[in-house]
Design a protein around this ligand. Structure first.
Ligand code: FES
Ligand SMILES: [Fe+2]
Length: 381
């Protein structure tokens, strides 16, 4: 029998039947989570062709404000110009490829490369090159920073590395109208937390998308404020909304005090972004692949009030509740990753009542991977 790494990728992708209805479907098979070649294929397809969150709109409000990030291994920078237009570029100097903007976020008059001092305007145009007199046939106009598509939605800045990508709104589809009534743009960013987890990024997404299946077993505190039986799961376009009515909790005071309102809303947008809302509260989760069995998840927390001392104390308490839930998820995700490497496991079945979100995720992902598998890294650009 061929070892996983010797099996052609095409064969591994074909082993997932994306036509099977939920009641007959399997999960994507274990090699999707443990074969290192999948990481590269995902970078070229899933992450290079989808709209990816790289920051928050409040980070790029004024001319000169910038935010940097890495998407599919590519350094990018988004910066607001003096004309008020938000633009994004590969954060790679046209001289000898150094990173031009070295801070995570901030404000600048000019984008100044720290290596040999080339300067770029906020619109990406090359403004000046020290000691470049005498260089022949150099076209300054065609040596600006290389542009990347950028758009915003609600509180989030997205980029897309694919120059032929459809507009963000088309990519987002129905999630736009579902998030709009929640009024998240009135909330204020408060803090971030980052978790490094020893699992493939898709294990974390699967865990998120199991429709509350694991909640009563793994998250006793959270379970006490959700009406688990009424939990709904809706798929449309590239998003899944899991939602549950809230109930008053006497069991867990901290959870009851910080997870309030009529309903909890848990949105996942393909491939790696989640938005979780309670009343006066939102956190977002951005799931970033590190390697085949590691990922990093960045949580951003937003609240209705972030100014007063009392509000800050409440917000910290709320984040601590999130931390506990996260610890519970982290342990199980790492256990799943170990299990996926076992010879005893190939693929699993899905609960019709609970796991429609995972089914959508696996079909969208496989479609993207199949689209790119026959193409070389160069041809995909
Ligand atoms: S690499 Fe940027 S100025 Fe040389
Ligand atoms: Fe969980």
């Amino acid at each position: 029998m061929l070892q996983t790494s010797e099996r052609p990728l095409e064969k591994i992708l074909e082993s997932y039947n994306d036509q099977a209805p939920l009641a007959e479907a399997l999960t994507i098979p274990a090699p999707f989570y443990v074969d290192p070649r999948i990481v590269d294929l995902e970078a070229r397809t899933v992450f290079s062709r989808s709209w990816q969150v790289i920051g928050r709109t409040d980070q790029v409000e004024k001319p000169g404000d910038f935010v940097t990030f890495t998407v599919a291994g590519e350094p990018v920078v988004a910066v607001r110009g003096n004309d008020g237009v938000l633009r994004a570029f590969y954060n790679v100097c046209r001289h000898h490829a150094a990173g031009v903007v070295t801070e995570a976020c901030g404000s600048a008059q000019i984008l100044h490369c720290p290596y040999h001092g080339w300067n770029y305007g906020l619109d990406g145009s090359l403004k000046g090159m020290p000691e470049f007199d005498g260089v022949r046939n150099f076209d300054r106009a065609s040596n600006g920073l290389v542009p990347v598509k950028v758009e915003t939605w609600e509180k989030f800045v997205f980029v897309n590395l694919d120059p032929a990508a459809a507009p963000l709104e088309q990519f987002l589809g129905g999630i736009v109208k579902r998030v709009a009534p929640l009024g998240v743009s009135k909330l204020h960013y408060f803090a971030s937390r980052s978790y490094d987890i020893a699992c493939n990024w898709k294990v974390f997404v699967d865990n998120y998308l199991d429709g509350g299946y694991h909640v009563p077993h793994l998250h006793k505190g959270l379970s006490s404020v959700l009406d688990y039986k009424q939990y709904t799961i809706e798929n449309e376009d590239r998003y899944c909304l899991q939602s549950s009515p809230m109930v008053a909790s006497s069991e867990d005071a901290a959870t009851g005090a910080t997870r309030t309102g009529d309903r909890a809303y848990y949105f996942w947008q393909y491939p790696n972004f989640m938005i979780n809302c309670y009343e006066g509260y939102m956190d977002t989760n951005l799931v970033l692949p590190v390697d085949v069995d590691h990922c990093r998840v960045i949580f951003d927390f937003y609240f209705a009030n972030v100014e007063s001392e009392a509000a800050k104390k409440y917000n910290e308490q709320s984040i601590a509740v999130g931390d506990r839930v996260q610890d519970e998820d982290l342990g199980i995700c790492e256990a799943v990753q170990r299990g996926l490497k076992s010879r005893a496991y190939g693929a699993g079945r899905l609960s019709v009542r609970r796991e429609a979100g995972e089914h959508l995720f696996h079909r969208l992902l496989t479609a993207d991977l199949k689209h790119g598998v026959g193409q070389s890294a160069v041809a995909a650009d």
